[in-house]
Design a protein around this ligand. Structure first.
Ligand SMILES: [Zn+2]
Length: 187
């Protein structure tokens, strides 16, 4: 939930409709501007990073890989203001018994996605935040997403998914471990 200037968004939506050759005052558009403003206010996160404080973290003796697969998310491409959506997967190897609650991993993904984004930066931000929160031995973040700007214009490709993947820490040094871990994250 983000505090937005609702009046300004409503004016902008009316102007957009007019610019597109529509009559913004027509009955069928009577509530459209307000609905659009409400949508953005509800969808966009307020302050995406500060919500993740130390309470998400736990101390637990665990020396294996922690992974979570296919967390669904929705985001808005900042280049076209169109949705992109898909699934993000995370794997990390803890250090010094520091682990992070599984629901928090899902929350991190959904919260960082609930913004104007590009997929590459979203992937990087998830990786950076996990590194910052629990300083693990390494993290892999993988995202696969459909982009409506690819599906609805230009080449109109509806089946292609953009894949992004970032490795850090030990996963950059140990290629065998990285390959085994990526195998865990496969569909
Ligand atoms: Zn786009």
């Amino acid at each position: 939930m983000r505090n937005i200037d609702k009046a300004k968004v409503c004016q902008a939506v009316a102007l957009l409709l007019e610019g597109l050759g529509e009559d913004a005052n027509a009955e069928r558009f009577r509530k459209t501007a307000e609905r659009v403003a409400n949508f953005y206010g509800e969808f966009l996160t307020d302050n995406k990073v500060c919500a993740f404080n130390q309470s998400a973290l736990m101390a637990e003796h665990f020396t294996g890989i922690v992974s979570i697969k296919a967390i669904n998310f929705f985001s808005i491409c900042e280049h076209h203001l169109l949705p992109f959506f898909g699934a993000a997967s995370i794997a990390y190897l803890p250090k010094a018994n520091k682990i992070i609650g599984i629901s928090k991993l899902a929350e991190i993904i959904k919260s960082l996605a609930a913004d104007f984004q590009i997929q590459e930066r979203l992937t990087q931000e998830i990786s950076d935040l996990i590194n910052k929160l629990i300083d693990p031995q390494g993290v892999i973040v993988k995202i696969e997403a459909y982009h409506l700007c690819l599906s609805m214009q230009g080449v109109k490709e509806t089946q292609a998914k953009l894949q992004t993947c970032i490795k850090s820490g030990i996963f950059l040094q140990d290629q065998i471990l990285a390959a085994q871990t990526l195998e865990l994250l496969k569909d």
